[in-house]
Ligand binder design. Structure first.
Ligand code: PRT
Ligand code: ZN
Length: 225
């Protein structure tokens, strides 16, 4: 079981941020015994417990104060912050460090045959995305009258399936867009993994532990530069 005196850190259970987040924790001297199926992993040399969950759950766990820290992509963090803000839920957190992994961009892409010149060409169109709040914010800021269509997966096939005219999805190499006959036109958000802390103050012992860990994270990142 978890013990409230131990620092609770949420990390993605399995996905693109998992290995790098665990590697960083190990590099700063935290010994971990991770059993694949288990939700909780205890450190064997520090008063730290890891909560291994879907990345979608991490912003809420931190903003609700259920965990003390979380490793999360800024894309997911900002989307959930906007969603919770709209719903009137707690949405405060502190970013402790921007990390050197998980880099990607949230971009609008259109079918390759689309004669795209400017964001105005999106007026009146449907854009499929998993990030409706970030996309709607972009539409608003850019004065575009388009519709965000929420899809939790297979966003890149939406235009071919006739579900949307364009998409707004995460891109890293661009290979997925190309394989689906799409071309990237507008970058609306640039993201990396971040380490965040809950907004309400931590107990003194926990904060002291966090304060000891942060310089080690800086050291590991500097060593990689
Ligand atoms: O199961 P769970 O909900 O935890 O995982 P998930 O499937 O929601 O997330 P996951 O593991 O795919 O991604 C976690 C985080 O990694 C994202 O929120 C981003 O912060 C970061 N990240 C970095 C990426 C990518 N790069 C990325 N390329 N997340 C997703 N992609 C996908 C993208 O959606 C598209 O399908 O990769 C494809 C595009 O890649 P390229 O290289 O073909 O352009
Ligand atoms: Zn997810």
């Amino acid at each position: 079981m978890t013990d409230s005196k131990r620092l609770r850190i949420a990390i993605q259970k399995s996905g693109r941020l998992s290995d790098d987040s665990i590697a960083l924790l190990k590099a700063i001297g935290i010994k971990l015994q991770i059993r694949d199926r288990l939700l909780i992993a205890h450190s064997t040399n520090q008063p730290i417990d890891l909560l291994r969950v879907r990345d979608d759950d991490i912003p809420g766990l931190v903003m609700d104060g259920i965990v003390d820290l979380g490793f999360i992509g800024e894309n997911e963090l900002e989307e959930k912050m906007l969603e919770r803000q709209a719903a009137g839920k707690a949405n405060a957190f502190n970013v402790l460090r921007r990390l050197d992994y998980g880099g990607c961009r949230l971009s609008i892409a259109v079918p390759s045959e689309f004669n795209y010149r400017s964001p105005k060409d999106l007026n009146g169109l449907k854009v499929a995305t998993t990030y409706p709040y970030l996309l709607e914010r972009y539409f608003k800021q850019s004065d575009i009258d388009a519709k965000a269509v929420m899809l939790t997966g297979s966003v890149e096939v939406a235009p071919r399936a006739g579900v949307a005219d364009a998409i707004c999805d995460l891109v890293s190499t661009g290979a997925t867009l190309e394989a689906n006959g799409l071309k990237e036109e507008e970058v609306i958000f640039r993201s990396k993994a971040v380490l965040i802390q809950r907004a309400d103050p931590l107990e003194d012992d926990k904060q002291a532990l966090v304060n000891r860990l942060l310089p080690r994270i800086d050291g590991v990142m500097q060593a990689k530069e």
